[in-house]
Design a protein around this ligand. Sequence first.
Ligand code: ACO
Length: 335
Amino acid sequence: MVTPNTIRQTRIGALATYVPPKTLDNHQLSQMVDTSDEWILQRTGIKTRHIVEPGVAASDLGKEAALKTLAQAGLTPDDIDVIVVGTTTPDMFFPNTASLIQTKIGATKCWGFDVAAACSGFTYSVGIASDLVAAGRCNRALVVGTDVMSSITDYTDRTTCVLFGDGAGAVIVEPAVEEGLGIIGCEYENDGTLWPALQMPGGGSLHPASHETVDKKMHFMKQDGQTVFKFAVRKTEEITRKVLEKHGYTPDDVSLFVSHQANRRIITSAGERLGLPESKVMMNIQDYGNTTAATIPLALDDAIRQGRLKKGDLVVLVSVGAGFTVGSVLLRWAF
Ligand code: ACO
């Protein structure tokens, strides 16, 4: 029996991902806008991305990832106490995506909510879930990062449409089972001063949907790519050092550095600044593009499949996203 406000170590106990079957590669994009496979590969590292069919929403991708994760953990939906969903592309403003995933997976005993932190949706959600479990507020959390970026992408704008894809990942956050294996710490920052550099201006309370917002394409994301790029490189390094130092580690101790996958050059530059060899820097942006809240679970899943992530490894998860939001999770991989 757990009493409220018990502080206990937590872990990620299971992980699974889902991407829709349809793909959109650089050659197909070069038929749609004035771009080329060479430009996209060189500037971003992306070769292809997965895109939903019309009518498939964030909760549908999240449901698939959640069910796979539960199966992997040997749990039923009723074993979940809370669902925390990181997403920038909820099915709708309300109800929240957590409620939709709850009913789609048949979880009857939990509560849940969404976390709006853009590309930091996964790192923020894991940290919040971990704190809830650590405090004894609940015993087991299902954390889902899911985004249908194609729903807010302007496929006539070559500066953004080459970057994004759709996908979902889900993890179980629960009390640690083996001492020392689990979440060590999390660090977060926001810098709201730079918000104009990455935004979707239409559809909210500031610019409610109207003919004008549609005509002005305000329901698509807009970004100042170079501002985002520079901020992401600097902050990815800074927050990684911060979370490591706080817990007595240096970059040399890291087994695997799993950054949000926004651009190959951002990840490579941050890895170099941290002095990490390529073998410790997880990269799978080539296969998925930027799937926002799903990039980190997708990267972890591929790392496990490639034999690059094993029990006991010291792992740092790092993200920078619109807001700007900055997040990091330091953990010893537990399975
Ligand atoms: N194909 C061909 N040419 C292009 C394309 C394209 N898809 N997109 C832009 N160009 C052109 C530009 O028009 C420009 O042409 P010009 O010199 O004639 O004006 C030229 O390429 C260079 O454009 P830049 O914007 O300077 O290119 P840059 O090297 O900065 O790369 C990019 C652009 C890829 C967007 C980069 O800035 C980037 O990745 N920024 C980070 C954005 C990001 O990650 N956003 C994701 C959300 S937030 C997050 O996840 C952290």
